[in-house]
Design a protein around this ligand. Structure first.
Ligand code: IPD
Ligand code: CA
Ligand code: CA
Length: 265
């Protein structure tokens, strides 16, 4: 396990260093959708990370956002976002990072998220706690939603979802102390894990957005579920994460949206 963690940290730093090197410079941008972009730096970062992992563990499967999908007869699979927060990156807004996670038999056992501008390295191993730059971290102790700072994000197809995501946002604005939308789900989860945020929710994230961050939250003592409070899988499209103390209160707000939309049909 030590070996896996060491190599995952090396890979995340290789990717992060590239993001930092080109940060603030003009980038070539390609459009995957109307507002969904990718830069050449996303691809460079992915190549470095994937090459490093594949050179150390040639038998492992790999799933990465910008196209690497290597399927092998292996119990191990690396799940990678080489640049989480691409829109921020393209606008020189310094909130983005690299996310590297390892699944064993479909369970995430290790997660690393690296924010290269602030040099913050978050790591967690299953049953071994969560750490920021080597120091153990834990979730906040806020137990009232009204005193909580939450974060969220919006899927790139937010226009097509009959404002479900916007309704959630509006209801949480009324129920919490404040809500942030910072543009990197992996970092949002890490900020929750170390107590800067008290809760997080989002719709239609991808496995590479949450694989490392969700483990970091649970290893920091937090809770991660779907919107109904059921166990979370990185392959499903709802995530609700919190310090555990406000989880039920967050669920009620999400239920409220569900009840309203059912009544409206
Ligand atoms: C995005 C970020 C953002 C979230 C989007 C993701 P990307 O990832 O995590 O916070 O709201 O849904 O797709 O595209 O920057 O890797
Ligand atoms: Ca992402
Ligand atoms: Ca990405």
């Amino acid at each position: 396990m030590r070996d896996y963690l060491e190599v995952a940290v090396e890979a995340a730093k290789l990717g992060g260093d590239v993001l930092k090197r080109y940060y603030g410079q003009k980038k070539t941008i390609e459009y995957k959708g109307e507002i969904d972009i990718v830069t050449e730096v996303d691809r460079r970062s992915e190549k470095l990370i994937v090459d490093h992992l594949a050179s150390r563990f040639p038998g492992h499967s790999i799933l990465a956002e910008e196209g690497t999908h290597k399927v092998q007869q292996s119990e191990f699979k690396w799940v990678i976002d080489p640049l989480d927060g691409t829109t921020n990156y393209a606008h020189d807004y310094p909130f983005f990072g690299v996310s590297v996670a390892l699944e064993r038999d479909s369970e995430v056992i290790l997660g690393v998220v690296y924010h290269p501008v602030f040099e913050e390295l978050f790591v967690a191993e299953k049953a071994n706690g969560a750490y920021l730059n080597g120091r153990k971290i834990g979730v906040s102790k806020v137990d009232r939603l009204r005193q909580s700072l939450l974060s969220t994000g919006f899927p790139y197809d937010v226009e097509d979802d009959s404002s479900e995501a916007l309704r959630h946002f509006e209801n949480f604005i009324h129920a919490a102390q404040a809500v942030r939308r910072d543009g990197s789900a992996a970092l949002d989860l890490c900020y929750l894990a170390m107590g800067r945020f008290d809760g997080f929710w989002e719709l239609r994230l991808k496995p590479w957005d949450t694989a490392a961050g969700a483990l970091i939250v649970t290893e920091a003592g937090g809770q991660v579920t779907d919107f109904s409070g059921n166990g979370y899988s990185i392959y499903q499209d709802q995530i609700m994460a919190s310090n555990g103390l406000i989880h039920g209160q967050m669920q009620k707000v999400l239920d409220l949206c569900h009840v309203k939309s059912t009544l409206e049909q």
